[in-house]
Write a protein that binds this ligand. Structure first.
Ligand code: PMP
Length: 423
């Protein structure tokens, strides 16, 4: 059977079995059969440069992580109702990466579960229900979080306890005062409807809103406004966390902030499903007095071993420094492409999280962005797009991405841009 036929068969089978709610990447979906470092391989043996994987942060199938998982799985896998040292050793390691105010960590399996738990803590501790999120936010799949994830396509009007604010526009609001004004107004409006604030929940690099990272500190006034309204600040670090921004491990720290609650997931186990919520102990004291928590799989010894290996590799291979260095190089080279390609309107981000906004004149170039993402895929380079107008290329490679990979990405992007018809 030809590769084309087998791909079509798989798509048909998938639709028949998994139903219509799933979406595939790319007009020509990729069947991935193997991964190694920054590379993915399809069933025909073609190699793809993976520039869109914040899960496999230390590289696909890193031997240290694979070995840690296999070793612990061969000894025992249980849960956190038994005593086991591995999860405590990991908790110590992880908590040491946070400011001392963040003193407890609870384990889950997904970013969604972490955000869901964070909201339960916020609601318990504030007595409120109201949450403010950005207009194109994504925070997860649970019922509670789907209501706080407008990028999924929310029903109109949104749930009564939810207020949406425009994403920050730091290019014209470097101090963040305009963004803070939106947050203040949203909480005021919520209170006027008799809803008590519980939380400001933001992804600290605003990934699905189109990637807004700089200048560091622009988020501070917004957090002050949320706290003045009686809400807690939940830093969603599922995307920026674990060193991606090239400046310490956490996106909130770049802004000089100390959150009330931090949520994390995706890269934490390099593909193994492990996630967590860390918080100020005084909040968990209150939460723990009123609820109990058990998660069958969250924090099991195999997950803790995987997560420990990931921290080891990040440290030993200097991946935060690499994210900073390679990220700066990549951004510089994309900026240089602007001379030849006037579609490129803005290049932004931090470390190895880069957003490239495309415009045709004044208009968001959504069609061209989709053409580019597919043009790159046809040339075996994988990225995607984000933002409310789907006109921001999202470049988010594994943290082991080197200069040679950045060069290949740039060459291929240059070629794919040349193929976009002039508007
Ligand atoms: N928060 C953010 C910012 C995310 O990007 C995601 C996943 N894309 C989640 C939460 C949810 O994580 P998960 O898919 O592991 O539930």
């Amino acid at each position: 059977m030809s590769v084309e036929n087998s791909t079509q068969d798989l798509i048909a089978r998938r639709n028949r079995l998994l139903g219509p709610a799933y979406r595939l990447f790319y007009e020509q979906p990729v069947q991935v059969v193997r991964g190694d470092g920054v590379w993915l391989y399809d069933q025909a043996g073609n190699r793809y440069l993976d520039a869109y994987n914040n899960v496999a942060c230390v590289g696909h199938c890193h031997p240290r992580v694979v070995e840690a998982i296999a070793r612990q799985a061969a000894i025992v896998n249980t849960h956190t109702r038994y005593l086991h040292e591995t999860v405590l050793d990991y908790a110590e390691r992880l908590l040491a990466t946070f400011p001392p105010e963040i003193g407890n960590v609870m384990f889950t399996c997904t970013g969604s579960e972490s955000n869901d738990l964070a909201l339960r803590v916020a609601r318990t501790c504030t007595g409120g229900t109201g949450v403010v999120v950005t207009k194109t936010a994504y925070h997860g799949v649970t019922g509670l979080l789907a209501e706080l994830s407008p990028s999924l396509g929310l029903p109109e009007p949104t749930a009564p306890h939810v207020r949406l604010v425009p994403a920050p526009q730091p290019a014209g609001d470097a101090t963040g005062d305009i963004f803070a004004g939106h947050i203040r107004a949203a909480f005021d409006d919520m209170k006027r409807s008799g809803i008590r604030p519980a939380a400001l929940l933001v992804d600290t690099i605003f990934s699905s809103d189109g990637v807004f990272a700089d200048p560091p500190g622009f988020l501070r006034p917004a957090v002050d406004a949320a706290r003045a309204a009686g809400a807690l600040f939940i830093a969603d670090e599922v995307q920026p966390g674990f060193g991606r921004c090239g400046d310490g491990l956490w996106g909130f720290a770049r802004h000089g902030l100390i959150p009330d609650v931090v949520t994390m997931g995706k890269p934490m186990g390099n593909g193994h499903p492990v996630a967590a919520m860390a918080a100020r102990p005084e909040l968990l004291k209150e939460f723990g007095a009123r609820s109990r928590y058990f998660n069958t799989f969250g924090g099991n010894p195999v997950s803790a071993a995987a997560a420990t290996a990931v921290l080891d590799v990040i440290e030993q291979e200097g991946l935060v420094e690499n994210a900073k260095r390679t990220g700066a190089y990549l951004r510089e080279r994309i900026v240089a492409l602007r001379d030849r390609h006037d579609l490129i309107h803005d290049v932004r981000g931090a470390g190895l999280f880069i957003g490239v906004e495309l415009r045709r004149g004044d208009a968001p170039a959504a069609k061209e962005t989709a053409q580019l993402v597919n043009g790159l895929r046809a040339r075996h380079v994988l990225i995607s797009a984000a933002g409310p107008n789907a006109n921001v290329l999202k470049v988010r490679p594994p943290l082991v991405f080197g200069r040679e990979h950045a060069d290949l990405l740039i060459e291929t992007l240059d070629q794919a841009l040349r193929d976009i018809p002039r508007g």
